[in-house]
Design a protein around this ligand. Structure first.
Ligand code: ZN
Length: 209
């Protein structure tokens, strides 16, 4: 006999999820067979063993979601990202929250993620030909900044050379890097305002921030 809903024995201290379900309401009901406190037996916790993919399908039971028991009504709530403790690297295969850097089952330590700068990530995705176009565009952006050319000059040169405009994100960080300091940002704004004004001093006075 498989017991899912309507089975009320508070002392149950282990639940084996042996049947898969697409219904999150039924999933909660099945797990709920083991979540009652039992003052008689002093039972205060419950072991949940999932053999049917319900946890990976619906999330950990601790994740708070609003679930309707009425068929057809929506379940609301965000699901946190998950990952597997990687058996191929010596991990145990446990199902974990995405933010966990150490496995709670086997102490496997996930390697620190080294985030590459945006432009390096982009270069990994581009063909050799596009990489050259990217380098061309960024060198023109730097040239236009040094020479106070109008914004858009580099994109025009690119268009004249290759017959189309460059993607917007190819300009990201081309001149000041990806995370300029506040001082540098202020300098950038002031320099830009001066370069775009007929009476630089007057505008500079307004733009000091
Ligand atoms: Zn593990």
């Amino acid at each position: 006999m498989t017991l899912t809903a309507g089975f009320d024995i508070p002392s149950v201290n282990a639940v084996i999820l042996a049947r898969p379900t697409q219904s999150i309401a039924l999933y909660y009901q099945m797990v709920g067979r083991g979540l009652r406190l039992s003052p008689e037996t002093q039972k205060r916790d419950c072991l949940i063993i999932c053999q049917s993919g319900n946890v990976s399908r619906h999330g950990f039971i601790e994740e708070v979601k609003s679930v309707s028991l009425n068929p057809g009504e929506e379940t609301t709530g965000m699901e946190a990202p998950k990952k597997i403790c990687p058996p191929e690297n010596g991990g145990c295969g446990a199902y974990l929250y995405g933010f966990q850097m150490c496995c709670t089952e086997c102490n496997y330590k996930f390697p620190e993620l080294i985030k590459l700068p945006f432009i390096q990530q982009l270069e990994q995705l581009l063909s050799e030909e596009d990489k050259q176009r990217l380098a061309f565009y960024r060198s023109k952006l730097q040239l236009s900044y040094r020479n106070n050319y109008a914004p858009g000059w580099a994109a025009m040169v690119f268009q004249e050379t290759y017959g189309h405009f460059p993607p917007d994100d190819w300009a990201k960080g081309a001149i000041f890097g990806e995370s300029p300091t506040p001082e540098l940002q202020r300098l950038i704004i002031n320099t830009y305002v001066i370069s775009q004004s007929k009476d630089g001093n007057q505008i500079l006075g307004l733009s000091v921030i």
